[in-house]
Design a protein around this ligand. Sequence first.
Ligand code: XIL
Length: 376
Amino acid sequence: MKLSTPLLASALLTPATAQLHALARKAGLLYFGAATDTPGQRERAPYPDSYPQYDAIFENNDEFGQTTPTNGQKWLFAEPEPRLFNFTEGDVVADLARSQGKLLRCHALVWHSQLAPWVEETEWTAEALRDAITRHIRAVAGYYRGRCYAWDVVNEALDEDGTYRKSVFYNVLGEEYIKLAFATAAEVDPGAKLYYNDYGIERPDSVKTAGAIRLVKMLQDAGLRIDGVGMQAHLHADNHPSADDLIATSEQYAKLVKEVAFTELDVRIKMPVNETKLEWQADCYQKVVEACVKVKACVGITVWDFYDPFSWVPDTFPGQGASLLWFEDFTKHPAYDRMVDTFKKLIRDKPGCKDKGKGKGKGKGRGRRTLAARGE
Ligand code: XIL
């Protein structure tokens, strides 16, 4: 066969790197995704020159088949003043997901942080706060109804010791606010998977993991629907969980809920970067891939953006950074290839997987994780 020159040229230009989502699918996951934010805002503001290269990586669905808005759907942006709803920022990423055919995880309906100031400034009666929560969820989840594969309904409701965080919501309503949020979200968008999402709930024996399990049971005892637990997985290169840890934790959640996911993965390094620390980081990313593939209930992995300059880490944790997969100059961290190799190995090793025992089985490497429940 003779290849025409333009075809050959485009084949040569296709980045050989674009494969995390494609491999995740072969390994049985529903997605590998990257969160992203509004151009020109926050961490992205100082780097407009990098957008074309960034966008080219992001838009390749073989690389990232799912996305989450890092900020736009949060209360601060979605309801900055009482009853004044604004979906401009949320729509930026939701529309990207739609136009590019990516799965959309929606984030986050009730959270103590990036809350509109008026919510914390108001002297609430229980009734008025209940109304405000219900109204907020009806408006926001209602606006995006049918477009979210999953919603992080309640985010970070636990303190470091596993007890409830003393947020404005908790201080006025106690755990009732969590029930109210899940009940309202279930009513407003019946097709979205409803998640509890938190950080520091990735290790099997942590008090916060125990707290997350209590929280899930509390909802289920009240007869409410919760479909998933999201482990944010903001991890540390120099002290990270093992694959066995992540598997054990995920399996604890999976006894209670249908799904788990790694929702905000990044692996921060204490600066400066060196080869050893990048190796620890690669090892950590590898463990997350291994755990998610090995746990049947784990639907996918989302990195909390993929380009170091756009990460929230350096601003929030001074002295730490380089937590994502592409350096500022668009070369890749070793963690990227490590994940690729890990996916490939797990695909080869997996019983019933496409590439394993050619000719045997149904020829589909996935199937256990599907979009069926979303109605797509
Ligand atoms: C971060 C965003 O990435 C930043 O841009 C923003 O300034 C602060 O929030 N847990 C969460 C995410 O659930 O929403 C946070 O995202 C990171 C921690």
